[in-house]
Design a protein around this ligand. Structure first.
Ligand SMILES: [Zn+2]
Length: 344
């Protein structure tokens, strides 16, 4: 197992330390509760937190970061939230939750250790996997959350940040309340994964409203962190969770402004033999039907349909990905749809 380079590993440790210090400071100064390790519920007053800590008590809005351990960009976002709550720049009006998903995986630069945490929510039997145990801890927070904003990053670069969630009208509305401009990827008619649920799916199943944002390629990119933080501020405001003084501007590249996408095609990852994904694919790039996507032994795999590429999966030798099982998919292809094409 390869661990991230010295700098990255140290950076992650520092960010986690910063988060934990901010949590400790918040616990001292605000009405707050710890629902699970490395989570915090903070309320504007004691009563609201008592509600949140009572069985079934409501948390108005929760933020999550590093549900996938290597997608570290959300970590400074949630820490900045805590910092600004501490300085009074953010004044809470209702109880919010903040949670780190998979710290153990983050420390070693991996998406997960035993199983994908973001396919582990709501499962009856999770065995003794580390992610299974963490999912059980986090579910407590998630099922009490009225809204969830889960911050992720992609493996490869992305031409735009984007929201992604299983279709629900209220999730769509929540995303649009945060930003009228950022593209939305949504899907329906069958679970995204046949496994356990994603965090947003689990919140939806419990009657809340969950969405995920993909900021861009994984890492501590300052621009992505600013976008994530602006979204968080808009989410606090839109859900009536806080009085905020300053809103960041959220802009999408012109060709993606206010666009909506759904699945159009999927190319499975061959589970045996030599696989080479053609170099240079990015999220949201245009792809035309028939384009060579990958080589599998001596065969060519081409795009079955035209559209926009999503989640291309390069498995690079010497990276943590190379040690794990093969991905299920080489990539997805999306089509642009109008709001009229969304389910009722
Ligand atoms: Zn992710």
């Amino acid at each position: 197992m390869q661990i991230p380079s010295q700098t990255t590993g140290q950076q992650i440790d520092q960010h986690i330390e910063h988060f934990r210090n901010a949590v400790r400071a918040t616990r001292k100064r605000f009405a707050s509760a710890e629902v699970a390790p490395d989570t915090i519920c903070i309320g504007p007053d004691v009563t609201s937190v008592q509600n949140a800590t009572a069985p079934g008590g409501t948390i108005n809005l929760s933020f999550m970061a590093i549900v996938h351990g290597n997608e570290v960009g959300g970590l400074p976002v949630v820490t900045r939230l805590l910092d600004q709550i501490l300085t009074g720049e953010i004044q809470l009006k209702s109880t919010i939750g903040i949670a780190l998903g998979n710290i153990e995986a983050a420390r070693v630069g991996r998406r997960f250790l035993d199983r994908d945490l973001n396919r582990s929510f709501g499962m009856g039997s999770l065995g003794e996997s580390r992610e299974g145990q963490r999912a059980r801890q986090l579910q407590e927070l998630l099922r009490r959350s009225r809204y969830l904003f889960d911050i992720h990053q992609t493996r490869e670069p992305s031409q735009t940040p984007f929201f992604i969630f299983p279709w629900a009208r209220r999730s769509f509305d929540f995303a649009r309340m945060i930003s009228k401009e950022l593209p939305i990827v949504t899907h329906w008619g069958g679970s995204f994964s046949q496994d356990g649920m994603c965090s947003d799916e689990y919140v939806n199943a419990k009657g809340g409203t969950g969405i995920t944002i993909e900021l861009g390629q994984s890492g501590f990119d300052p621009e992505q962190i600013d976008i994530g933080f602006s979204c968080a501020i808009h989410a606090l405001h839109a859900t009536g969770s806080a009085d905020v003084k300053q809103f960041g501007i959220l802009r999408a590249p012109k060709e993606f402004t206010s666009s909506i996408y759904t699945w159009h095609g999927m190319i499975p990852y061959p589970q045996t033999g030599e696989v080479t994904l053609m170099p240079g694919f990015e999220n949201f790039q245009t792809i035309v039907a028939g384009t060579l996507v990958a080589r599998h032994n001596d065969q060519e795999i081409t795009a079955p349909v035209s559209g926009r590429l999503l989640f291309p999966k390069y498995v690079r030798p010497g990276t943590p990905d190379a040690d794990g099982p093969r991905p299920a998919e080489l990539c997805r292809i999306m089509k642009n749809i109008s709001s009229e094409e969304l389910p009722a």
